[in-house]
Every structure is written in C-alpha cells, then in structure tokens.
Design a protein around this ligand. Structure first.
Ligand SMILES: *Cc1c(COP(=O)(O)O)cnc(C)c1O
Length: 401
C-alpha cells in the first residue's frame, strides 16, 4: 500500500487518539528503520524507550520465533517455565524478591498501587490508602494511574478520578513530609521523570524520601517503567541513589517491543498477595516472558548498561557542544541514554519534524523539549552522524514558522 492510502484507511477506521508523523515503517535492523518507500532512518527514540536492543536483534528474534512455534499462551492456571526464569533473572539482578508480570507499564503500576493498599489492609491498617506522587510525573493512562499522574492535562477530562492520590513538587522534601498523614500508605515516583520533561531527582532528595518513608512506616514505590533496564546507564534507576525501593515497576524496554510489564517487590510486601488477590489473563505468558528473558540476558551479557552510560556521556558532551555553538539549547539533562534537550525557543515540534525529514527519529515533549531515548546498542558513529544534522537544524531559518 502507498502511504496516502494507509493514512486514509487510518483516518477512516482508527480512533483519533494520536498526532502521527506521516511515515509508515516497514522494517528495522539495529539502529536503523526503513519506511515503506525505502528511506532509511536512524532511530534515536526506540519506540519511546522500548526497543532497547534496537530492531530485529537476533537473540530476540530467535527467542520469539522459537517460542511462538512451540507455545504462545496457556494461562496462569499452569506453571510457565520462562515466567519463573525471567522472575529469577530480575530478582538476581535487583533489590526485589518477587515479581508479577502484567502487559504494560500502567498495569504494572496498578498492581503496585493494589499491593501497597493490600499490604496495609492485611496488617490491620485499612485507613492507609493514600498515595503521594510527584508533580509532572507520568504513571500511565488507566483511571488509577492518571490519578497518580501529577499532570492536570491527563486528568481533567476524566473526572471523577480514582480518589486518594495527591502530588507534591519534585525534589522538595519538606512538601512531601507535610503531605504525609496517618492515611498515607506509599510514596510513588519516577527516579528520573520521563514524560514530564526528563527531570532527574537529586540524590539528597531520594535518600531523604527513603529515610522519611522508613520513619513514617510507609512504602516507597519507584516507577522504573521508563528509566529501568539500562536506560540511565545502570540496570535500574534506583542504583544511582544508593537507596532501595520496597516496590518497583518495569515495562517499556523489558521485552524489546513485545508487550510486558513487571511488578517487583521485597518479600515483606509481596507476601501480601495470596491466590485470588491479583491476576491477569495475558500477563507473563510464555511468549512475553521468553522475549523478556532474551532481552534482559542480552542487556546483561552484552554489557549494554555500560554502553548506555558511555554513549549517554558522549551524546551529552556532544549536545553540550551544540549548546555552546548555537545558543539554541538552554540545558541538556537526564542520565545515560535518557536525555532531554531544553530548547531556548518553543520550536521542538519543528525540530522534531526536520530531524525526521533528514532521517533521524527523535521525540519532543511539549513545545520546548527534544528527547532522545535511543536503543542501548547505540555506537559513537550514530552520535557523530546525528550531531551535525541537529546543529544545522537548530541554526536554520524558519523554525518558528
Ligand atoms: C510509559 C510509562 C508508563 C505507562 O506505560 P504503558 O505501557 O504505556 O502503560 C508508566 N510510567 C512511566 C514512567 C512511563 O514512562
């Protein structure tokens, strides 16, 4: 099909929920994608931090193909080999003791919210149901997770929201302490906020939050759906802070594009779940877990966290040079390969469109932030190809048009 035919079909039959760029991709390999007209692109967005191994990684393709030909689904009524093995791999490489698999980030976060409330209910504190999150956070699009998301634009259309969520400013320990009451059951936050603008929390703040949660006897939940699994140069975001959460969630990069989410917790809280308390039809099925196992093993075996740290530093250094040269960048922030470029003018959409035109996929957050979330396999040559293109775009006329 031609692109215009696909667009027409989409407009006629698909719900109007996305602002799409006029491109349809046909295949990918490593850092690169090809559209249906054969044009080649370098992918610096990885499907929003999902394609962590790049495209068509042989380990992932082989795992999915092999598993699909044997068994795709069988339900959680039975034991699943790779579900147990993937849970083991996560536990052996993190602070968690137990794992539950869902199908998405929002669903993993719903599980975290349910687990936190149930933990206190079973301990005899049914009044502890309130969850404190951060302003500019993003936790998903289900009714509970938009209530957890501290951004009005996601919330106001869908009132009444799930009650007992409130949000406080990031990196403000005093505001958090003031918000905690006898009804609080957990603090939930992204160590590095993604959708809210790539906003890192400070080490003092996260250490303070951990100490505060201990002192008040409440749970600490980290949403690592975006910042987890090597994205920030360490396997998990919390490892930058020398602090362990009681619960954390994963999703985006976990199975390299196959839908999966994970709810991970310490034993003392995970044990609140007993048969019948939580569940999922698709969650953790043989195909999803086999894909997740292939991706996480590859991240560990191919030392992709180290590459994320090294290439993240190199990319950030190069972007800071563009900042000096063009005066068009106010700040480059983030960690590892989770990078936000705060522009001096509200031209992020135009910059994004021009990057696409020139064969580079980037993202924009609102009008002023360009974000980069490349596959963890990115190499120096990909950065070196992108930097002069970005510099030229930032210095070109007509961005404000
Ligand atoms: C993307 C994201 C989610 C939601 O994940 P879905 O798979 O889209 O439900 C939740 N939290 C964070 C931090 C995210 O970046």
């Amino acid at each position: 099909m031609q692109l215009n035919e696909i667009i027409e079909l989409d407009k006629k039959y698909y719900m109007n929920t996305f602002n799409r760029a006029p491109v349809c991709f046909e295949r990918g390999e490593g850092m690169y994608l090809w559209d249906i007209n054969g044009k080649k692109y370098t992918d610096l967005l990885a499907g929003i931090a999902v394609s962590s191994l790049g495209h068509s990684h042989p380990a992932l393709v082989q795992a999915i193909t092999e598993q699909a030909s044997k068994l795709i689904h069988c339900s959680n009524l039975y034991y699943i080999e790779y579900q147990a093995k993937l849970a083991q791999l996560i536990v052996e490489n993190s602070c968690a003791d137990k794992v539950f698999f869902a199908n998405s980030g929002a669903e993993a976060n719903e599980g975290a919210i349910k687990l936190a409330r149930l933990y206190f209910k079973k301990k005899g504190f049914p009044e502890k149901i309130e969850i404190i999150t951060l302003e500019k956070s993003f936790h998903g699009r289900t009714l509970a997770t938009i209530a957890a998301t501290g951004q009005e634009k996601y919330q106001k259309k869908y009132s009444p929201l799930t009650p007992k969520f409130l949000s406080v400013p990031i990196n403000d320990l005093e505001a958090l302490e003031k918000a905690i009451t006898q009804y609080t059951c957990a603090v939930m936050l992204e160590p590095i906020q993604g959708e809210g603008g790539v906003n890192p929390t400070t080490v003092e703040y996260i250490r303070g939050v951990r100490e505060l949660c201990n002192r008040k006897g409440i749970l600490l939940i980290f949403d690592e759906v975006q910042c987890g699994l090597g994205r920030t140069g360490k396997l998990f975001g919390y490892q930058h802070y020398g602090v362990e959460p009681d619960i954390f969630t994963l999703a985006k990069g976990l199975a390299g594009g196959f839908p999966i989410g994970a709810l991970c917790a310490k034993d003392f809280v995970a044990s609140a779940f007993e048969p019948g308390d939580h569940g999922s039809t698709f969650g953790g099925n043989p195909l999803a877990c086999r894909a997740g196992y292939a991706v996480l093993s590859t991240i560990l075996n191919e030392k992709l966290c180290e590459n994320s740290e090294r290439m993240g530093q190199y990319l950030t250094d190069q972007l800071n040079r563009v900042k000096e040269e063009t005066g068009m960048i106010v700040e480059v922030r983030g960690k590892g390969l989770m990078i936000g470029i705060q522009l001096a003018r509200p031209v992020a959409k135009a910059v994004n469109a021009k990057c696409l035109e020139q064969g580079f996929l980037v993202g924009n957050l609102g009008d002023s932030i360009i974000r980069l979330l490349p596959p963890l396999i990115i190499q120096k040559q990909d950065v070196d190809a992108f930097i002069p293109v970005l510099r030229n775009i930032l210095m070109s006329d007509g961005l404000d048009a």
